[in-house]
Design a protein around this ligand. Structure first.
Ligand SMILES: [Zn+2]
Length: 348
């Protein structure tokens, strides 16, 4: 990880169920206690929540498909195909290899296994690991890199409502295969709201675009959450909260350390920040990594940070400009960093 903070972005996202949501589940054939939402003790009572890790997983796999549609061989498949069984379990291996790069985590693990010196390189040179990582691993992380986004557990912000659904009935409704067995599913009802906080640190502009695509697709109810998605469960709608939270203004907030030198009408990504310093280019970022903002967004000092809150038209402009930056960056992604970037790189 970079030993300093050049920029950050925050937002609170309100997720409202627009259909029954099954948060945690075992296999489709299993019924009983495993098929209940994840519960936690909060204020002395049992309450349902959505784990941040499961939100992160859903966001990641959504983005993988999108990047793959823009350009193949850019993102990696996030698991290591290190056994014959695993390779054989994939029905169309050729298609997978055409669409996706080899797992970044897999490449790093392989590199680390070659000896102590390599292992130390991976630990000490996060700049190289970052540069060698594919776009989704740069944002969401891999076995060798923690990633730049943190997503908190989503807790209830409305009345909770849970109900039992007849699992077989749901199968019948959605035309899915019914296994004949009668089982009940405990689900969160429609109209229940949760809130999660998303925090990006040392982001590149295209990573904002990546995040905005997920948020916009959630706003349009195109991303389902939880288990039983093939049964028609997990329909949700999301929006960025405009409420002030934890001393932070509402909307989409970007921040830098005060008096950082970023012009008022620009938003700088990691690449633009790094290229003013000796770290130049080691992270595989670009000097052109910045946006010109539509208008002047007033900065508010909060402690050591200077924050800018984007709402309304400013938010829409920021979103569209970052998404465009993301599309261009993905389509021009070369992937040249993958193996060759590491010292005495591992070869096939
Ligand atoms: Zn990767």
């Amino acid at each position: 990880m970079l030993k300093k903070i050049v920029n950050e972005a925050f937002c609170t996202v309100r997720i409202t169920t627009t259909g029954p949501l099954l948060v945690k589940s075992g296999h489709a054939s299993v019924s009983g206690p495993d098929m209940t939402p994840v519960l936690t003790n909060r204020g002395g009572k049992q309450e349902v929540f959505i784990p941040g890790s499961s939100l992160k997983g859903v966001f990641r796999s959504h983005i993988e498909k999108i990047v793959c549609s823009l350009k193949s061989q850019v993102v990696c498949y996030p698991f290591e195909l290190n056994s014959r069984e695993m390779r054989e379990s994939i029905s169309d291996m050729t298609q997978l290899q055409n669409d996706y790069r080899e797992s970044c985590g897999g490449i790093f693990n392989q590199y680390a296994r070659k000896g102590e010196e390599n292992r130390r390189t991976l630990e000490d040179r996060t700049d190289l690991v970052y540069a060698a990582s594919c776009p989704t691993c740069r944002l969401f992380g891999s076995t060798a890199f923690i990633g730049r986004v943190a997503i908190s557990d989503a807790y209830l912000v409305s009345q909770e409502a849970r109900e039992l659904r007849d699992g077989v009935g749901i199968d019948r409704l959605t035309g899915g295969a019914s296994h004949g067995a009668k089982f009940d599913l405990q689900v969160v009802s429609e109209g229940v709201a949760f809130e999660t906080t998303i925090h990006l640190r040392n982001f590149e502009i295209w990573q904002l675009g990546m995040l905005f695509i997920v948020l916009q697709d959630m706003e349009h109810e195109l991303i389902r959450l939880g288990s039983g998605r093939s049964r028609g469960l997990g329909q949700v709608k999301a929006e960025i909260s405009l409420k002030e939270t934890a001393g932070r203004p509402g909307g989409f907030v970007t921040s830098t350390i005060r008096k950082s030198g970023e012009p008022d009408n620009e938003l700088w990504g990691l690449g633009r920040w790094l290229n003013n310093s000796p770290e130049e280019d080691r992270y595989g970022t670009q000097y052109s990594d910045f946006l010109t903002l539509q208008g002047k967004i007033v900065r508010t000092d909060r402690g050591i940070r200077a924050m800018r809150a984007f709402i309304g038209d400013d938010l829409a402009h920021l979103r569209d400009a970052s998404v465009e930056n993301f599309v261009n960056r993905m389509q021009s992604w070369t992937g040249r960093y993958a193996r060759t970037f590491l010292p005495s790189a591992v070869r096939r």
